[in-house]
Design a protein around this ligand. Structure first.
Ligand SMILES: Nc1nc(=O)c2c([nH]1)NC[C@@H]1CN(c3ccc(C(=O)N[C@@H](CCC(=O)O)C(=O)O)cc3)C=[N+]21
Length: 286
């Protein structure tokens, strides 16, 4: 048996089409959904990522402004700019590209963003809303993974989901989203004793470690759904995930590729969150 592919590019296109439609509806009411992207420093990968995000936005009808600052920008200047954007009613979403230069305290920067504009879902208030099931912005990567599960009509109720990785931006929120859909959730991490014993029990595995071949075919239950959040380079410099794709696809029921899987969905969910931020602002100002 060969696993069916969950095509992140195709699904992201569908999500963007839906966002474009809702954006037109808001524009007809005189509201232009708008995202401010703040980039500090000149990390080449960050430059590429932020320009992609800006391009995705404009192609979908959202307004995006990309503000680039030198690596030695004083932290208080960045905080002051965030406060200005918080107060600017024409801006609905604020994204500060990570990583930030070492002289900055990333949590302090993120906590300065208004939770109402936190389209990355990284603010502690957003995290708290996810924990308690209150409305708030969900981090784009795990949110995109949930959309991928939804797209195959997968019912998580009573299923065993194993999340490998416990980061604040992927692993932890992923586990909470799966829990909210009534899965039984196990979080594995670097101190987990027998990872294979855990993953062999899983109906769904989400690999979010940032290391190649974390999940191999011998670790997967036949028919399981495998979601690969990893973004690594192999020895040939080619982009690859955390999952041994060629091996695992012979065992799994469903699998997401890298590239063309979770990455494009992460970008699409940023557009969803930005649109939501604009819709909520419009609803609360009426
Ligand atoms: N505040 C903030 N928010 C983020 O969401 C954020 C961030 N900082 N810092 C960096 C990471 C990384 N990230 C990616 C999203 C999509 C792809 C993506 O679309 N990848 C393509 C491949 C792109 C390629 O070929 O390099 C794919 O998987 O098919 C990659 C990386 C968002 N991040």
């Amino acid at each position: 048996m060969t696993a069916q592919l969950i095509d992140g590019n195709a699904l992201a296109r569908k999500v963007r089409d839906e966002v474009a439609g809702r954006t037109q509806a808001l524009k007809a009411r005189g509201i232009q959904p708008s995202l401010a992207i703040l980039l500090v420093g000149d990390d080449p990968a960050s430059k590429v990522y932020t320009s992609h995000k800006a391009k995705d936005s404009t192609e979908t009808g959202l307004k995006a402004t990309l503000e680039s600052y030198p690596a030695d920008l004083p932290e208080d200047r960045l905080l002051a700019r965030i406060r200005e954007l918080n107060a600017d009613a024409s801006v609905h979403g604020i994204l500060v590209q990570l990583p930030l230069p070492k002289h900055m305290d990333a949590s302090k920067v993120i906590e300065t963003i208004s939770p109402a504009k936190d389209v990355d879902g990284f603010h502690v208030a957003s995290a708290g809303a996810l924990v308690t099931g209150q409305p708030g912005f969900w981090p784009c990567t795990p949110y995109g993974c949930m959309k991928m599960l939804e797209s195959i009509g997968y019912d998580l109720r009573g299923k065993h989901a194993v999340v490998i990785g416990r980061s604040n931006i992927v692993g932890k929120p992923m586990a909470l989203m799966l829990l909210q859909k009534n899965a039984t959730v196990t979080i594995c991490h670097s101190a987990t004793r027998d990872l294979k014993a855990m993953t062999l029990q899983a109906d769904v595995v989400v690999a979010a470690v940032g290391k190649r071949n974390v999940l191999t075919a011998d670790m997967v239950k036949p028919g399981a759904v495998v979601i690969d959040v990893g973004m690594n380079r192999n020895d040939a410099g080619k982009l690859c995930g955390d999952v041994d794709f060629d091996g695992v696809r012979e065992v799994a029921g469903w699998i997401t590729p890298v590239p063309g899987g979770v990455g494009p969905m992460t970008r699409a969910m940023l557009l969803v969150n930005t649109l939501e931020a604009a819709e909520r602002a419009a609803a609360s100002s009426r």
